[in-house]
Design a protein around this ligand. Structure first.
Ligand SMILES: Nc1ncnc2c1ncn2[C@@H]1O[C@H](COP(=O)(O)OP(=O)(O)OP(=O)(O)O)[C@@H](O)[C@H]1O
Length: 233
């Protein structure tokens, strides 16, 4: 099943002086359910721009973007906010947790926005945190957690809404190698056992090694798209 389909996605930034910048230049990409995909490429190649557009956080200058068969490039902002909430999970490099809320409240918050029953919210928040190895940290605030633990809360939060896929922009960028490995182990496990679709951008060779599919961008274009037979564990 196709979860994400882009056709001719282009993003142009108009430089005030001189030439326009093509951050993306005709990207065609199909991501299927259960894929574990790394988007790689040199600095400035368009990775963040692509992830922001796939996540409905930014709109393309041209092209079509379908998520689960819905053309989201045509949705109005209010509809798009709802669509994002219910269909896409986000993990950013700077954690982006709400500082005054506990780990459990951060995960619950997304489900409260979805107006799910309190009992279900409570139970699922605890279960997800246990799944990422933080069953004993439910009531700690982000400042009381390590960077790796905060990023695991972010993964639990991304999954809370039962999204069609999870987008992670450089998820290991601020982590030491042990925490990065640990985060990867959890993402791989969620992918393998629950068929969660992950798309992440990265510079990190350890992350690239664990991906099943590696899409390489250069100057806003896909220049390589490798599918690996076997995952390297
Ligand atoms: N708001 C903006 N205005 C003008 N140009 C922009 C803007 N955002 C991005 N760009 C340009 O678009 C191109 C792609 O940027 P993008 O951030 O997507 O690259 P990236 O591959 O994620 O880079 P990095 O690995 O350094 O994070 C770059 O040339 C960048 O300078």
């Amino acid at each position: 099943m196709e979860v994400i389909k882009t056709q001719g996605i282009t993003k142009v930034y108009n430089e005030t002086k001189g030439v326009p910048v093509y951050a993306l230049n005709g990207v065609d990409l199909v991501i299927k359910k259960g894929e574990f995909t790394a988007v790689v490429g040199p600095s400035g190649s368009g990775k963040s721009t692509l992830l922001n557009i796939i996540g409905g956080l930014d709109s393309p200058t041209a092209g079509v973007l379908e998520v689960g068969g819905t053309d989201i490039s045509k949705l109005k902002e209010s509809k798009l906010i709802d669509f994002r909430l219910n269909n896409i999970g986000f993990v950013f490099q700077a954690y982006n947790l709400i500082p005054v809320l506990t780990a459990k409240e951060n995960v619950a918050f997304i489900m409260q926005l979805q107006k799910r029953p309190k009992k279900e919210v409570d139970q699922r928040a605890s279960e997800l945190l246990a799944e990422v190895g933080l069953g004993d940290r439910l009531n700690n605030r982000p400042s009381e957690l390590s960077g790796g633990q905060q990023q695991r809360v972010a993964v639990a939060r991304a999954l809370a809404s039962k999204p069609q896929f999870v987008l992670a922009d450089e998820p290991t960028a601020n982590l030491d190698s042990k925490s990065a490995e640990n985060l990867l182990d959890i993402m791989v496990k969620l992918n393998r056992e629950e068929n969660i679709t992950f798309v992440f951008s990265t510079h990190d060779p350890r992350v690239i090694n664990r991906a099943h599919r590696v899409v390489t961008l250069e100057d806003g274009k896909v220049v390589k798209d490798e599918h690996k037979e076997e995952m390297v564990v």
